[in-house]
Design a protein around this ligand. Structure first.
Ligand code: 5GP
Ligand code: MN
Length: 340
C-alpha cells in the first residue's frame, strides 16, 4: 500500500468512525470472509461497522462468525441506502470497479460523499478510492486484510473468529491452497491463523462437504454436458435454466463446476456457461492453467474480468449464440492455447 495513503488511513482510523464495508455481487468465500474479518477487527478499534453485500451469499458460508449481521441490499435496500449516506468511510473489498456491486448500489455509491478505501487483489483497479491497497500478487483479499492488520501493528488483536474468516477467504480463493497464487507467505499466514485457534478441518468440511443431493445431481448434468474442443485444448460446460430448475438450484450450487474441465489432461482453458433466465443473461466463468490470460479474454469478449487464471463475464445472447460466439473468439487464440 502506498505509504502516504496508509499513513492517512491509519490517522483517519485513530478516532471512532462509522464505517461501511462492502463486498461484491455474488459474494464468495473471499468476499464474505474478508469483509467480516475487517469488520470484527475495526470493531476492536471502537469503530461502528456495517457489512453490506448486494445480494445473498451461499448457505455453505452461513456458519461464519457474524455472518447473520451482514446486510443484503436486495432485501433491505432502504436501510442500506440510509447507512451508506451516513458513514464516514466506505471500504470496498474483493472488487475494484464500482460496477461489481450492481447498477442500483453503484448509483448510491457514486452519489455518496464518504471517501472509499479499497482492499483488493484483482487486475486493473479503477480510481475511485482515496485509500488504495491493491496487489494482484496476493491470492485473496482475506490475506490482504491480514496484512492490513499487520501494517496497523495490530496482529495481537487477531482472535479465533477473525482468523476463521480470513482462513475461509484464503482457502476458497486458492482452491484449498493449490493454485499458483498460494505463496510461502500464504502458508505462513495460515500457520498463524491455525495457531490462533482456527479449526481448519471443520472449516473445510463446512464449506465443501455440505452438498445437497440436488447439487450432486446437477454436477452429473454439468459433466454430461461437458464438451471438449481438442484443437484448442479447451473444455466447456453449459447449464440451462431448465436444468438448474430441475435440480432445485440454490445459490452457490455451481461453485467449482468449471474446475472439472481443467482437471482433464491437456486442457488449458475451461469455461462454464450458466443461464439466468430472469436476468436475461448467461453468466460465464473462465479458468486457465499456465499463461493463457482469461482476464483479457473475459474483458475482450464478455464484459468481464478477474485474474490471469480465473475470471468471469456475461452475455445477453442466447446460450447457443453465446457458445457460438465463444468458439468464434477462440479461433484468434489458437496459438496461445496450443503452443504453451
Ligand atoms: P467466478 O467465475 O468464480 O464468478 O469469478 C472468478 C473471478 O473473476 C473472481 O475473482 C471474480 O471476482 C471475477 N469476476 C467474476 N465475474 C466478473 C465480472 O463480471 N466482471 C469482473 N470484472 N470480474 C468478474
Ligand atoms: Mn478474491
Amino acid at each position: 500500500m502506498i505509504k502516504d495513503q496508509f499513513t492517512a488511513l491509519k490517522s483517519f482510523l485513530s478516532t471512532p468512525k462509522n464505517i461501511a464495508i462492502i463486498g461484491h455481487k455474488g459474494p464468495d468465500g473471499d468476499a464474505v470472509g474478508s469483509t467480516l474479518a475487517l469488520s470484527m477487527y475495526l470493531k476492536k478499534l471502537n469503530h461502528n461497522t456495517s457489512v453490506i453485500v448486494p445480494n445473498d451469499f451461499p448457505d455453505f458460508l452461513k456458519w461464519m462468525p457474524q455472518s447473520d449481521s451482514i446486510l443484503i441490499y436486495e432485501k433491505e435496500n432502504e436501510k442500506v441506502e440510509r447507512i451508506l449516506n451516513n458513514v464516514d468511510l466506505i471500504f470496498t473489498l474483493d472488487f475494484n470497479s464500482l460496477s461489481r456491486v450492481g447498477y442500483e448500489m453503484q448509483t448510491i455509491l457514486e452519489k455518496t460523499d464518504a471517501p472509499f478505501a479499497m482492499i483488493d487483489h484483482h487486475q486493473l483497479p479503477e480510481a475511485y478510492a482515496t485509500y488504495n491497497y491493491s496487489d494482484v500478487s496476493i491470492c485473496s483479499t482475506a490475506q490482504m486484510v491480514y496484512h492490513f492488520i499487520e501494517m496497523m501493528n495490530n496482529l495481537s488483536l487477531l482472535d479465533k473468529d477473525i482468523a476463521s474468516c480470513i482462513y475461509t477467504g484464503i482457502m476458497t480463493d486458492t482452491g484449498s491452497f493449490r493454485y499458483s497464487s498460494t505463496s510461502a507467505t500464504t502458508h505462513k499466514v495460515v500457520a498463524h491463523l491455525i495457531e490462533k485457534g482456527v479449526d481448519n478441518a471443520a472449516i473445510h468440511q463446512a464449506v465443501f462437504d455440505t452438498n445437497s443431493p440436488d447439487r450432486m445431481q446437477l454436477l452429473g448434468v454439468a459433466l454430461q454436458n461437458l464438451v471438449i474442443l481438442d484443437e484448442f485444448n479447451t473444455a466447456y460446460i453449459t447449464l440451462s435454466q431448465e436444468e438448474l430448475d430441475k435440480h432445485n438450484f440454490q445459490k452457490g450450487d455451481t461453485e467449482g463446476f468449471v474446475n472439472y474441465g481443467l482437471s482433464i489432461k491437456n486442457i488449458k482453458f475451461a469455461v462454464i456457461f450458466i443461464e439466468h433466465k430472469q436476468e436475461n443473461l448467461i453468466k460465464i466463468s473462465f479458468r486457465s492453467i499456465g499463461d493463457f490470460n482469461v482476464n483479457h479474454f473475459a474483458r475482450m469478449y464478455f464484459e468481464g474480468g478477474g485474474h490471469n487464471n480465473a475470471a468471469g463475464g456475461k452475455s445477453n445472447l442466447s446460450m447457443k449464440e453465446t457458445v457460438n460466439q465463444f468458439i468464434t473468439n477462440l479461433q484468434s487464440h489458437k496459438k496461445e492455447l496450443v503452443n504453451e
